[in-house]
Design a protein around this ligand. Sequence first.
Ligand SMILES: Cc1cc2nc3c(=O)[nH]c(=O)nc-3n(C[C@H](O)[C@H](O)[C@H](O)COP(=O)(O)OP(=O)(O)OC[C@H]3O[C@@H](n4cnc5c(N)ncnc54)[C@H](O)[C@@H]3O)c2cc1C
Length: 376
Amino acid sequence: MRAPGASLVPQLGLAESDRLQSVAFFLRMDALKSARGGDGRKLFAIPLERSSTERAWRDLDRMSFAQWLQQEGFTSVPLLWYINYACRDDFGTPLEHTSAWAGLFYFAARNPNPADCAAHSVLTWPEGNAWLAERLAAPLAAETQTGAVVTRVRNGRGGVEVDYWHVATQTARRVVAGAAILAIPRTLAARVVQDPNARINSEGFVYTPWAIANITLDRSPAGEGEALSWDNVIYNSPLLGYVVATHQRLEPARTETVLTYYWPLTHTTPAAARREAQQRSHDAWSEMFLSELLRIHPELRGQVRHIDVWIWGHGMIRPEPGFIWGDARQRAAQHQPPYFFAHSDLSGVSIFEEAYTRGVLSADAAVQFLTRAAHG
Ligand SMILES: Cc1cc2nc3c(=O)[nH]c(=O)nc-3n(C[C@H](O)[C@H](O)[C@H](O)COP(=O)(O)OP(=O)(O)OC[C@H]3O[C@@H](n4cnc5c(N)ncnc54)[C@H](O)[C@@H]3O)c2cc1C
Protein backbone atom coordinates (compact mmCIF):
# COMPACT_ATOMS: atom_id res chain seq x y z
CA MET A 1 0.00 0.00 0.00
CA ARG A 2 1.65 3.19 -1.18
CA ALA A 3 1.09 6.86 -0.55
CA PRO A 4 -0.52 8.66 -3.50
CA GLY A 5 1.83 10.64 -5.70
CA ALA A 6 2.32 11.94 -9.20
CA SER A 7 5.70 10.22 -9.43
CA LEU A 8 4.09 6.90 -10.37
CA VAL A 9 2.33 8.27 -13.44
CA PRO A 10 4.44 7.26 -16.44
CA GLN A 11 6.56 10.20 -17.62
CA LEU A 12 8.55 8.86 -20.56
CA GLY A 13 7.01 9.50 -23.97
CA LEU A 14 3.97 11.15 -22.44
CA ALA A 15 1.83 13.26 -24.83
CA GLU A 16 1.33 16.89 -23.81
CA SER A 17 -2.40 16.31 -23.27
CA ASP A 18 -1.63 13.42 -20.87
CA ARG A 19 0.85 15.54 -18.98
CA LEU A 20 -1.64 18.39 -18.63
CA GLN A 21 -4.37 16.06 -17.37
CA SER A 22 -2.01 14.57 -14.86
CA VAL A 23 -1.05 18.03 -13.56
CA ALA A 24 -4.73 19.06 -13.42
CA PHE A 25 -5.69 15.89 -11.54
CA PHE A 26 -3.07 16.29 -8.83
CA LEU A 27 -3.79 20.01 -8.44
CA ARG A 28 -7.44 19.09 -7.95
CA MET A 29 -6.53 16.47 -5.32
CA ASP A 30 -4.21 18.92 -3.54
CA ALA A 31 -7.05 21.43 -3.31
CA LEU A 32 -9.33 18.75 -1.83
CA LYS A 33 -6.77 17.91 0.85
CA SER A 34 -7.28 21.19 2.63
CA ALA A 35 -10.93 21.79 1.67
CA ARG A 36 -13.61 21.80 4.34
CA GLY A 37 -17.35 21.37 4.15
CA GLY A 38 -19.99 23.77 5.49
CA ASP A 39 -19.82 21.81 8.78
CA GLY A 40 -16.17 22.84 9.19
CA ARG A 41 -14.88 19.29 8.77
CA LYS A 42 -12.28 18.22 6.25
CA LEU A 43 -14.03 16.86 3.16
CA PHE A 44 -11.99 13.65 3.45
CA ALA A 45 -10.44 12.69 6.76
CA ILE A 46 -8.84 9.69 8.45
CA PRO A 47 -10.60 8.11 10.29
CA LEU A 48 -13.23 8.48 7.62
CA GLU A 49 -16.13 9.06 10.03
CA ARG A 50 -14.60 12.49 10.71
CA SER A 51 -15.09 13.52 7.08
CA SER A 52 -17.57 16.25 6.21
CA THR A 53 -21.18 15.13 6.36
CA GLU A 54 -22.14 17.48 3.54
CA ARG A 55 -24.55 15.65 1.22
CA ALA A 56 -22.97 16.84 -2.00
CA TRP A 57 -19.74 15.09 -1.08
CA ARG A 58 -21.09 11.99 0.60
CA ASP A 59 -23.42 11.41 -2.35
CA LEU A 60 -20.32 10.79 -4.47
CA ASP A 61 -20.30 7.41 -2.77
CA ARG A 62 -23.20 6.43 -5.02
CA MET A 63 -21.23 6.63 -8.25
CA SER A 64 -18.08 4.79 -9.27
CA PHE A 65 -14.72 6.52 -9.41
CA ALA A 66 -14.58 5.61 -13.12
CA GLN A 67 -17.82 7.55 -13.68
CA TRP A 68 -16.56 10.55 -11.70
CA LEU A 69 -13.28 10.70 -13.62
CA GLN A 70 -15.13 10.48 -16.92
CA GLN A 71 -17.56 13.20 -15.82
CA GLU A 72 -14.67 15.49 -14.84
CA GLY A 73 -12.91 14.96 -18.15
CA PHE A 74 -10.03 12.79 -16.96
CA THR A 75 -9.53 10.46 -19.91
CA SER A 76 -5.73 10.17 -20.20
CA VAL A 77 -4.82 6.50 -20.49
CA PRO A 78 -1.55 6.65 -18.44
CA LEU A 79 -3.31 8.74 -15.74
CA LEU A 80 -6.26 6.34 -15.56
CA TRP A 81 -3.85 3.42 -15.41
CA TYR A 82 -2.21 5.00 -12.37
CA ILE A 83 -5.50 5.80 -10.61
CA ASN A 84 -6.76 2.28 -11.29
CA TYR A 85 -3.49 0.90 -9.92
CA ALA A 86 -3.89 3.06 -6.78
CA CYS A 87 -7.42 1.78 -6.14
CA ARG A 88 -6.42 -1.84 -6.66
CA ASP A 89 -3.44 -1.30 -4.38
CA ASP A 90 -5.25 0.37 -1.49
CA PHE A 91 -8.74 -1.11 -1.81
CA GLY A 92 -8.39 -4.21 -3.97
CA THR A 93 -10.97 -2.72 -6.36
CA PRO A 94 -10.60 -1.48 -9.94
CA LEU A 95 -11.98 1.97 -10.80
CA GLU A 96 -15.38 0.73 -11.95
CA HIS A 97 -15.93 -1.00 -8.60
CA THR A 98 -14.57 1.78 -6.40
CA SER A 99 -16.93 4.39 -4.99
CA ALA A 100 -16.01 7.89 -6.17
CA TRP A 101 -16.03 9.03 -2.53
CA ALA A 102 -13.51 6.29 -1.65
CA GLY A 103 -11.32 7.16 -4.63
CA LEU A 104 -11.18 10.82 -3.63
CA PHE A 105 -10.60 9.78 -0.02
CA TYR A 106 -7.51 7.87 -1.17
CA PHE A 107 -6.02 10.97 -2.77
CA ALA A 108 -7.29 13.69 -0.44
CA ALA A 109 -7.49 12.27 3.09
CA ARG A 110 -3.76 11.97 3.72
CA ASN A 111 -2.54 15.44 4.37
CA PRO A 112 0.78 15.49 6.19
CA ASN A 113 2.05 18.72 7.63
CA PRO A 114 4.50 19.93 4.96
CA ALA A 115 6.77 21.18 7.73
CA ASP A 116 7.24 17.57 8.89
CA CYS A 117 7.51 15.62 5.67
CA ALA A 118 6.80 15.53 1.96
CA ALA A 119 3.31 14.51 0.83
CA HIS A 120 4.58 11.17 -0.51
CA SER A 121 6.56 10.17 2.60
CA VAL A 122 5.95 6.61 3.79
CA LEU A 123 6.71 4.89 7.04
CA THR A 124 7.60 1.26 6.44
CA TRP A 125 9.21 -1.70 8.13
CA PRO A 126 10.48 -4.95 6.61
CA GLU A 127 7.76 -6.84 8.49
CA GLY A 128 5.06 -4.33 7.47
CA ASN A 129 2.21 -3.53 9.83
CA ALA A 130 3.32 -6.42 12.05
CA TRP A 131 5.88 -3.97 13.51
CA LEU A 132 3.04 -1.77 14.75
CA ALA A 133 0.83 -4.68 15.81
CA GLU A 134 3.61 -6.28 17.87
CA ARG A 135 4.31 -3.08 19.74
CA LEU A 136 0.65 -2.47 20.46
CA ALA A 137 0.29 -6.05 21.72
CA ALA A 138 3.48 -6.16 23.83
CA PRO A 139 2.14 -4.48 27.02
CA LEU A 140 -0.81 -6.91 27.00
CA ALA A 141 1.20 -10.08 26.43
CA ALA A 142 0.41 -11.56 29.85
CA GLU A 143 -3.34 -11.28 29.27
CA THR A 144 -3.35 -12.36 25.64
CA GLN A 145 -4.25 -15.86 24.48
CA THR A 146 -3.06 -16.59 20.93
CA GLY A 147 -3.48 -19.79 18.94
CA ALA A 148 -7.17 -19.73 19.87
CA VAL A 149 -9.81 -20.10 17.16
CA VAL A 150 -13.17 -18.81 18.31
CA THR A 151 -15.96 -21.13 17.24
CA ARG A 152 -18.99 -19.69 19.02
CA VAL A 153 -19.96 -16.61 21.02
CA ARG A 154 -23.26 -16.28 22.83
CA ASN A 155 -24.84 -14.62 25.79
CA GLY A 156 -25.25 -17.23 28.53
CA ARG A 157 -26.52 -17.04 32.09
CA GLY A 158 -23.16 -16.04 33.58
CA GLY A 159 -22.11 -13.62 30.82
CA VAL A 160 -20.81 -13.85 27.27
CA GLU A 161 -19.54 -17.36 26.57
CA VAL A 162 -16.66 -17.46 24.10
CA ASP A 163 -15.92 -21.01 22.94
CA TYR A 164 -12.60 -21.55 21.23
CA TRP A 165 -10.27 -24.24 19.94
CA HIS A 166 -6.92 -24.12 21.71
CA VAL A 167 -4.57 -25.11 18.95
CA ALA A 168 -1.47 -26.02 21.01
CA THR A 169 -3.33 -28.52 23.20
CA GLN A 170 -5.99 -29.45 20.63
CA THR A 171 -8.72 -28.87 23.18
CA ALA A 172 -11.99 -26.96 23.21
CA ARG A 173 -12.10 -24.22 25.87
CA ARG A 174 -14.40 -21.46 27.08
CA VAL A 175 -13.98 -17.98 28.50
CA VAL A 176 -16.91 -16.24 30.17
CA ALA A 177 -16.82 -12.44 30.07
CA GLY A 178 -18.97 -9.42 30.73
CA ALA A 179 -18.65 -8.27 27.10
CA ALA A 180 -16.99 -9.37 23.87
CA ILE A 181 -15.16 -7.21 21.34
CA LEU A 182 -15.27 -8.93 17.96
CA ALA A 183 -12.26 -7.58 16.06
CA ILE A 184 -12.83 -10.10 13.28
CA PRO A 185 -14.23 -9.59 9.78
CA ARG A 186 -17.97 -9.03 9.68
CA THR A 187 -18.62 -12.24 7.74
CA LEU A 188 -16.98 -14.22 10.54
CA ALA A 189 -18.68 -12.26 13.33
CA ALA A 190 -22.02 -13.09 11.68
CA ARG A 191 -21.10 -16.77 11.88
CA VAL A 192 -19.58 -17.09 15.32
CA VAL A 193 -22.15 -15.07 17.24
CA GLN A 194 -24.96 -17.56 17.74
CA ASP A 195 -27.51 -15.58 19.64
CA PRO A 196 -31.15 -15.28 18.58
CA ASN A 197 -31.31 -11.84 20.21
CA ALA A 198 -28.45 -10.39 18.16
CA ARG A 199 -28.91 -9.16 14.57
CA ILE A 200 -25.49 -9.60 13.05
CA ASN A 201 -25.46 -10.06 9.31
CA SER A 202 -22.83 -9.32 6.71
CA GLU A 203 -25.06 -7.97 3.97
CA GLY A 204 -23.07 -5.74 1.59
CA PHE A 205 -19.65 -6.81 2.90
CA VAL A 206 -17.64 -7.99 -0.13
CA TYR A 207 -13.93 -8.75 -0.04
CA THR A 208 -11.25 -9.03 -2.73
CA PRO A 209 -8.93 -12.05 -2.59
CA TRP A 210 -5.20 -11.41 -2.90
CA ALA A 211 -2.27 -13.61 -3.92
CA ILE A 212 1.08 -12.74 -2.39
CA ALA A 213 4.43 -14.35 -3.27
CA ASN A 214 7.73 -14.11 -1.48
CA ILE A 215 10.47 -14.90 -3.98
CA THR A 216 13.91 -15.65 -2.55
CA LEU A 217 16.72 -14.80 -4.98
CA ASP A 218 20.47 -15.40 -5.02
CA ARG A 219 20.99 -11.90 -6.33
CA SER A 220 19.11 -8.62 -6.49
CA PRO A 221 17.28 -7.59 -9.67
CA ALA A 222 19.24 -5.33 -11.98
CA GLY A 223 18.23 -4.31 -15.50
CA GLU A 224 18.02 -1.10 -17.46
CA GLY A 225 16.33 2.17 -16.58
CA GLU A 226 15.38 3.24 -13.10
CA ALA A 227 17.43 1.83 -10.22
CA LEU A 228 15.79 -0.69 -7.90
CA SER A 229 13.35 0.97 -5.49
CA TRP A 230 11.81 -0.28 -2.28
CA ASP A 231 8.51 -0.49 -4.19
CA ASN A 232 8.63 -1.38 -7.89
CA VAL A 233 5.44 -0.92 -9.87
CA ILE A 234 4.85 -2.57 -13.23
CA TYR A 235 2.91 -0.62 -15.90
CA ASN A 236 -0.09 -2.46 -17.33
CA SER A 237 0.41 -5.65 -15.35
CA PRO A 238 -2.39 -7.50 -13.50
CA LEU A 239 0.10 -7.72 -10.63
CA LEU A 240 0.81 -4.50 -8.77
CA GLY A 241 4.55 -5.01 -8.57
CA TYR A 242 6.99 -5.99 -5.88
CA VAL A 243 8.55 -4.66 -2.72
CA VAL A 244 12.21 -5.42 -1.99
CA ALA A 245 11.99 -6.83 1.53
CA THR A 246 15.70 -6.28 2.16
CA HIS A 247 15.76 -2.71 0.83
CA GLN A 248 16.67 -1.17 4.17
CA ARG A 249 19.27 -3.78 5.10
CA LEU A 250 22.54 -2.16 6.00
CA GLU A 251 25.08 -4.91 5.11
CA PRO A 252 26.28 -3.93 1.61
CA ALA A 253 28.18 -7.13 0.80
CA ARG A 254 25.16 -9.45 0.52
CA THR A 255 23.16 -9.56 -2.69
CA GLU A 256 20.59 -12.31 -2.04
CA THR A 257 17.18 -10.86 -1.46
CA VAL A 258 13.45 -11.49 -1.08
CA LEU A 259 10.87 -9.83 -3.32
CA THR A 260 7.27 -9.65 -2.16
CA TYR A 261 4.83 -9.59 -5.08
CA TYR A 262 1.28 -8.26 -4.62
CA TRP A 263 -1.65 -9.40 -6.77
CA PRO A 264 -5.22 -8.34 -6.02
CA LEU A 265 -7.37 -10.82 -7.93
CA THR A 266 -9.69 -8.33 -9.60
CA HIS A 267 -10.10 -9.90 -13.06
CA THR A 268 -13.45 -11.46 -12.17
CA THR A 269 -15.97 -11.44 -9.32
CA PRO A 270 -14.47 -11.94 -5.85
CA ALA A 271 -16.27 -15.28 -5.39
CA ALA A 272 -15.07 -16.63 -8.76
CA ALA A 273 -11.53 -15.37 -8.09
CA ARG A 274 -11.51 -17.11 -4.70
CA ARG A 275 -12.64 -20.38 -6.25
CA GLU A 276 -9.99 -20.11 -8.96
CA ALA A 277 -7.29 -19.27 -6.42
CA GLN A 278 -8.22 -22.20 -4.23
CA GLN A 279 -8.16 -24.67 -7.10
CA ARG A 280 -4.78 -23.58 -8.51
CA SER A 281 -1.81 -25.61 -7.25
CA HIS A 282 1.23 -24.05 -5.60
CA ASP A 283 3.29 -25.00 -8.67
CA ALA A 284 0.85 -23.25 -10.98
CA TRP A 285 0.86 -20.12 -8.82
CA SER A 286 4.67 -20.16 -8.65
CA GLU A 287 4.85 -20.44 -12.41
CA MET A 288 2.60 -17.40 -12.84
CA PHE A 289 4.64 -15.23 -10.48
CA LEU A 290 7.88 -16.47 -12.01
CA SER A 291 6.84 -15.71 -15.57
CA GLU A 292 5.99 -12.13 -14.51
CA LEU A 293 9.33 -11.77 -12.73
CA LEU A 294 11.38 -13.12 -15.63
CA ARG A 295 9.43 -11.05 -18.17
CA ILE A 296 10.71 -7.88 -16.56
CA HIS A 297 13.96 -9.28 -15.12
CA PRO A 298 15.35 -11.90 -17.56
CA GLU A 299 18.72 -11.56 -15.79
CA LEU A 300 17.24 -13.46 -12.82
CA ARG A 301 16.87 -16.73 -14.74
CA GLY A 302 18.60 -19.42 -12.65
CA GLN A 303 18.77 -17.14 -9.58
CA VAL A 304 15.45 -18.08 -7.98
CA ARG A 305 15.99 -20.12 -4.84
CA HIS A 306 12.50 -20.43 -3.46
CA ILE A 307 8.90 -19.20 -3.90
CA ASP A 308 6.28 -19.03 -1.15
CA VAL A 309 2.72 -18.19 -2.18
CA TRP A 310 -0.05 -17.15 0.17
CA ILE A 311 -3.69 -16.58 -0.72
CA TRP A 312 -5.73 -14.12 1.35
CA GLY A 313 -9.23 -15.29 0.41
CA HIS A 314 -10.89 -12.22 1.93
CA GLY A 315 -7.92 -9.85 1.81
CA MET A 316 -9.62 -6.45 1.69
CA ILE A 317 -13.13 -5.09 2.11
CA ARG A 318 -14.31 -3.52 -1.15
CA PRO A 319 -15.52 0.12 -1.02
CA GLU A 320 -17.99 -0.55 -3.84
CA PRO A 321 -20.32 2.31 -4.80
CA GLY A 322 -22.92 2.81 -2.07
CA PHE A 323 -21.12 0.83 0.64
CA ILE A 324 -19.28 3.49 2.66
CA TRP A 325 -22.20 5.83 3.33
CA GLY A 326 -24.92 3.23 2.75
CA ASP A 327 -27.20 1.75 5.42
CA ALA A 328 -25.67 -1.74 5.58
CA ARG A 329 -22.22 -0.59 6.73
CA GLN A 330 -23.54 2.05 9.09
CA ARG A 331 -25.96 -0.44 10.68
CA ALA A 332 -23.20 -3.04 11.02
CA ALA A 333 -20.98 -0.54 12.83
CA GLN A 334 -23.58 -0.15 15.62
CA HIS A 335 -22.57 -2.10 18.72
CA GLN A 336 -25.02 -4.58 20.18
CA PRO A 337 -24.04 -4.86 23.85
CA PRO A 338 -22.66 -7.17 25.11
CA TYR A 339 -21.16 -7.53 21.59
CA PHE A 340 -18.88 -4.79 20.29
CA PHE A 341 -17.45 -4.73 16.78
CA ALA A 342 -14.00 -3.55 15.83
CA HIS A 343 -12.77 -4.81 12.45
CA SER A 344 -11.50 -2.33 9.84
CA ASP A 345 -14.09 -3.65 7.37
CA LEU A 346 -16.66 -1.62 9.32
CA SER A 347 -15.02 1.47 7.81
CA GLY A 348 -15.29 0.12 4.27
CA VAL A 349 -11.55 0.51 3.62
CA SER A 350 -8.66 -1.68 4.77
CA ILE A 351 -6.16 0.62 6.40
CA PHE A 352 -4.35 0.38 9.68
CA GLU A 353 -5.64 3.74 10.93
CA GLU A 354 -9.25 2.59 10.52
CA ALA A 355 -8.50 -0.71 12.29
CA TYR A 356 -6.93 1.19 15.16
CA THR A 357 -9.85 3.62 15.39
CA ARG A 358 -12.43 0.82 15.37
CA GLY A 359 -10.51 -0.87 18.19
CA VAL A 360 -10.46 2.27 20.33
CA LEU A 361 -14.14 3.06 19.70
CA SER A 362 -15.31 -0.43 20.63
CA ALA A 363 -13.05 -0.60 23.70
CA ASP A 364 -14.47 2.72 24.96
CA ALA A 365 -18.03 1.52 24.34
CA ALA A 366 -17.36 -1.81 26.09
CA VAL A 367 -15.86 -0.04 29.13
CA GLN A 368 -18.92 2.23 29.38
CA PHE A 369 -21.22 -0.77 29.13
CA LEU A 370 -19.31 -2.71 31.82
CA THR A 371 -19.15 0.33 34.09
CA ARG A 372 -22.90 0.86 33.80
CA ALA A 373 -23.49 -2.86 34.47
CA ALA A 374 -21.22 -2.77 37.55
CA HIS A 375 -23.16 0.15 39.02
CA GLY A 376 -26.45 -1.62 38.51
C1 LIG B 1 -1.92 -7.85 0.75
C2 LIG B 1 -2.37 -6.81 1.74
C3 LIG B 1 -1.56 -5.72 1.97
C4 LIG B 1 -1.95 -4.75 2.89
N1 LIG B 1 -1.13 -3.68 3.10
C5 LIG B 1 -1.51 -2.72 3.98
C6 LIG B 1 -0.67 -1.58 4.23
O1 LIG B 1 0.41 -1.45 3.67
N2 LIG B 1 -1.11 -0.62 5.10
C7 LIG B 1 -2.31 -0.73 5.74
O2 LIG B 1 -2.65 0.16 6.52
N3 LIG B 1 -3.11 -1.80 5.53
C8 LIG B 1 -2.74 -2.78 4.68
N4 LIG B 1 -3.56 -3.87 4.44
C9 LIG B 1 -4.84 -3.92 5.11
C10 LIG B 1 -4.65 -4.57 6.47
O3 LIG B 1 -5.05 -5.89 6.34
C11 LIG B 1 -5.46 -3.83 7.48
O4 LIG B 1 -5.02 -2.48 7.57
C12 LIG B 1 -5.34 -4.45 8.89
O5 LIG B 1 -4.86 -5.75 8.91
C13 LIG B 1 -6.71 -4.49 9.45
O6 LIG B 1 -6.65 -4.89 10.77
P1 LIG B 1 -7.90 -5.49 11.48
O7 LIG B 1 -7.53 -5.63 12.94
O8 LIG B 1 -9.12 -4.74 11.16
O9 LIG B 1 -8.12 -6.92 10.85
P2 LIG B 1 -7.21 -8.19 10.59
O10 LIG B 1 -5.80 -7.82 10.43
O11 LIG B 1 -7.94 -8.91 9.50
O12 LIG B 1 -7.36 -8.99 11.95
C14 LIG B 1 -8.44 -9.85 12.21
C15 LIG B 1 -7.87 -10.97 13.04
O13 LIG B 1 -8.94 -11.81 13.48
C16 LIG B 1 -8.46 -13.13 13.49
N5 LIG B 1 -9.63 -14.05 13.44
C17 LIG B 1 -10.56 -14.18 12.48
N6 LIG B 1 -11.46 -15.13 12.83
C18 LIG B 1 -11.10 -15.57 14.03
C19 LIG B 1 -11.65 -16.55 14.92
N7 LIG B 1 -12.75 -17.23 14.62
N8 LIG B 1 -11.02 -16.77 16.10
C20 LIG B 1 -9.90 -16.07 16.42
N9 LIG B 1 -9.34 -15.14 15.64
C21 LIG B 1 -9.94 -14.89 14.46
C22 LIG B 1 -7.61 -13.22 12.23
O14 LIG B 1 -6.73 -14.29 12.31
C23 LIG B 1 -6.90 -11.88 12.28
O15 LIG B 1 -5.70 -11.95 12.98
C24 LIG B 1 -3.18 -4.88 3.55
C25 LIG B 1 -4.00 -6.00 3.31
C26 LIG B 1 -3.60 -6.95 2.39
C27 LIG B 1 -4.48 -8.15 2.14
